[in-house]
Ligand binder design. Structure first.
Ligand SMILES: Cc1cc2nc3c(=O)[nH]c(=O)nc-3n(C[C@H](O)[C@H](O)[C@H](O)COP(=O)(O)O)c2cc1C
Ligand code: SF4
Length: 464
């Protein structure tokens, strides 16, 4: 299989991509206080731009200004109003000096029931479609999660954790007893993890609040393009707020935002429609969706395809594939192997009548190139593999595949994020320390040529 398929250019709206390799959206938690991008955020993305990614999709950036947005605790990047703009534009100014790289912001209206209560006002529940808490089915943990729970568990918790096979094969009765035991111990000794597994009860949003979020989303999307983002992706997968509206598990409203699929999709479709109107006809405007919730009673692939068609009609011009939710973390964050998500991509292509589709979860260049050559997806994205090796695209292009540092699927990165640690990587010692090593990403000819020209005019001047 030729790897050339990875290096064909492709256009989405008015954006030309130099290759088919995207960095998948990942929140590394490097933002500074109150959700402002930090120097480390810029360095983190710059190193991946230097490594040859044609498209960088940012971490999920939240535009919800309210205390009930639920975005507290994961150090989420925000784009709420003018105070945040200069930090995004500084980062974009650096990134755009790298040989044609394009940057797509992933924008979210909030986290709903998967969110944490506000750090300063814990009595303020997150806003969601219905007052139904989420709960992770621990039988759906995978090898990575299991390994991390074992690593992080304090002595009071560790003995409770059976081996993975025993956990995955528990019947409902056994699981119910196990769940009660875990709940009591986790709440006391691992509250961060308790929150991820047993969510808090959210508050059902009013129609006025929902409409306000739709309007604010479109306004911040417009601002994002003015700041210099090349594309925008609506964050609608993984059980977060928009997904909660789509799913019958979390949406039991009886108004125009609940019930039929058309009603459950209304929040997303309105966001896409209002955003398209705000940003004009040619901007790349995509939607990321879980191809299937992979939970009983959750949104199915057939329904997701109908949502894709609705979003297309409302003005979306690309899609990004994912799967699962916090309730099924082995699927969403993230499978142990590779190429698990490609099964949903053809459904997205069919329902959107052939719009460009991005699919994540690759390690090996041949597998990634085959996914494109087969016509299943148009662009591949690397999540954890881009953490493990920011230089994957350049190494593949140069025929240095044996130099690729492969992701070990150990789960440390997402466990770090969920437990409020500085995100690092088992196989890449630079991950999380990029700002300390600018020599590995600041050698871009674009920026250097401009700076040299400017400095030549000051060359040899005496100090006066
Ligand atoms: C640390 C971490 C943070 C993530 N944050 C986001 C996010 O902000 N938005 C999103 O849509 N997906 C997020 N994901 C999911 C990834 O985009 C991707 O779908 C998943 O990791 C599977 O792809 P991979 O096998 O290439 O890693 C995150 C994944 C990881 C590991
Ligand atoms: S090797 Fe690095 S990127 Fe891969 S799962 Fe482990 S910590 Fe995450």
């Amino acid at each position: 299989m030729s790897i050339n398929a990875l290096f064909e250019p492709i256009a989405i709206g008015d954006m030309e991509l130099k290759n088919r390799i995207a960095m998948a959206p990942m929140n590394p938690g490097y933002t500074g206080p109150l959700g402002y991008h930090s120097d480390q955020s810029t360095a983190w993305y710059a190193m991946r731009a230097r490594g040859g990614f044609g498209l960088i999709i940012t971490e999920c950036v939240v535009m919800n200004p309210h205390r009930w947005g639920g975005q507290e605790s994961l150090n989420t990047s925000l784009l709420i109003d003018e105070r945040y703009y200069r930090f995004h534009s500084e980062m974009l100014d650096v990134l755009h000096h790298y040989n044609g790289v394009k940057v797509c912001i992933q924008l979210s209206p909030g986290w709903g029931r998967q969110g944490h209560p506000h750090a300063e006002s814990r009595d303020c529940p997150a806003g969601a479609p219905s007052a139904i808490p989420m709960e992770t089915d621990m039988r759906k943990l995978n090898k990575g999660w299991h390994k991390q729970l074992k690593r992080l568990a304090p002595p009071e918790v560790a003995p409770l954790l059976p081996d993975l096979e025993t956990l995955q094969n528990m019947n409902d009765e056994e699981y119910s007893a196990f769940r009660m035991l875990v709940y009591e111990v986790l709440v006391k000794h691992m509250p961060d993890m308790a929150h991820i597994i047993f969510g808090d009860t959210p508050r059902a949003l009013t129609i006025a609040e929902i409409v306000d979020l739709e309007d604010r989303f479109a306004a911040q999307a417009r601002a994002a393009f003015l700041l210099g983002y090349d594309a925008l992706e609506v964050h609608a997968p993984h059980g977060y707020l928009i997904h909660q509206f789509l799913s019958p598990r979390s949406n039991q409203r009886h108004d125009i935002y609940g019930g039929s699929l058309e009603n459950r999709a209304r929040f997303l479709v309105n966001i896409v429609g209002k955003t398209r109107e705000a940003v004009g006809p040619n901007k790349p405007l995509g939607v990321r969706l879980s191809g299937d919730e992979l939970m009983p009673g959750g949104i199915t692939h057939e329904e997701v395809k109908q949502v894709v068609a609705m979003c297309t009609a409302a003005g979306a011009n690309f899609f990004d594939v994912s799967q699962g939710s916090y309730e099924n973390p082995g699927a969403a964050f993230a499978p142990d192997g590779e190429n698990d998500y490609t099964r949903w991509a053809p459904g997205f292509k069919e329902a959107s009548k052939g719009l460009p589709v991005i699919t994540p979860s690759f390690i090996n260049p041949e597998t990634a190139a085959a996914a494109i050559s087969s016509g299943k997806t148009d662009i591949i994205s690397l999540g954890r593999q881009s953490i493990a090796d920011p230089f994957w695209p350049a190494k593949v292009k140069e025929g240095r595949e044996k130099d690729i540092v492969k992701c070990a699927r150990c789960g440390r990165c997402y466990a770090d994020l969920m437990t409020a640690h500085w995100l690092g990587c088992t196989v890449n010692p630079l991950a999380g320390k990029e700002k300390l090593y600018p020599q590995f990403w600041l050698d871009t000819p674009g920026l250097k040529a401009k700076v040299d020209k400017f400095m030549n005019k000051a060359h040899g001047l005496p100090q006066i």
